[in-house]
Design a protein. Sequence first.
Length: 153
Amino acid sequence: MSFVKNMILGDVKTSEDPTGLTNEEAQNRSTSSGDVSEPAVERKFFPRTLSKFNGHDDEKIYISIKGKVYDCTAGRQFYGPSGPYANFAGHDASRGLATNSFEFEAIRHWDQPIDDLSDLSEQQHEALDGWVAHFEKKYACIGDLVPEPGVNI
């Protein structure tokens, strides 16, 4: 509801996160709901492994940005199935966020090389760094995205 209210009223007091949740609220929601009973453990993710945390195959929703993986389960209504940013769930969302593209074409499939983002402009890199800072404040970083030998290299 806060997302709709913010869109209509233009409330600038809330964060840029479409969920409208503070980091504390997001953490409390993910740990107090019956959906996520065990805490996330920091680890390494291959793109193939990350792809399972899309809200369909697993209830948890993980999104990678610039090689870091964030638990975005608390923002399920936005990053989960049928959400406006559902394409990012279970993927590296770096290019999509940097270019402000929510199209599936901005996201690499799990069996493709990890995007090195070398062709992004300086402005796009700055926008992406802003997103990284935003996700670090909102969601727990639970690991790193690394290439799977023989698949993403």
